[in-house]
Design a protein. Structure first.
Length: 154
């Protein structure tokens, strides 16, 4: 039994997560996902936290799903996403997928971060607010379709 007390702490979560991504290093991305699932910021994910998050991701409105995604990217929880935070997530995704940190991969990642950041930072003030994030995402058909892909209310 992985979590006999009904709570999953970060180390156990990372171990479980790593089993789903055996070819990459899932440590950093799992850390960010753990923080987003830890609804009460208690340092542990309860069964209730798990159900609330899965309910949001599977049955929530597009706005609720985008708010959850924003929380994932807002690493320090200050209510805005910086270029640095977006970069950390992109690097974590590259590591998760097992991509080596070659110069070419790093250059492509930086270019991708710059492109996405410019798109999301509507007023170009150097930070992405929740409102900017939602507005930009709602204008992108690919993002809207991907959010609806797992919608179980169909």
């Amino acid at each position: 039994m992985e979590c006999p007390g009904g709570l999953v702490h970060e180390d156990a979560f990372k171990d479980i997560y790593a089993k789903f991504f055996p070819h990459g290093n899932s440590n950093m991305y799992a850390h960010y996902v753990f923080k987003a699932f830890d609804v009460n910021c208690s340092g542990a994910i309860s069964f209730k936290d798990l159900l609330l998050t899965l309910s949001t991701l599977l049955r929530g409105s597009t706005y609720e799903k985008l708010r959850w995604a924003f929380k994932l990217y807002d690493i320090n929880g200050d209510g805005c996403i910086t270029r640095s935070e977006l970069g950390e997530i992109v690097v974590a995704i590259h590591e998760l997928m097992g991509k080596k940190h070659q110069h070419d991969v790093d250059r492509k990642a930086r270019t991708h971060v710059d492109t996405v950041f410019r798109k999301l930072d509507i007023n170009q003030d150097g930070v992405i607010t929740l409102e900017e994030f939602i507005e930009s995402c709602l204008k992108d058909d690919v993002i809207v379709r991907s959010l609806q892909m797992f919608d179980s209310r169909v």
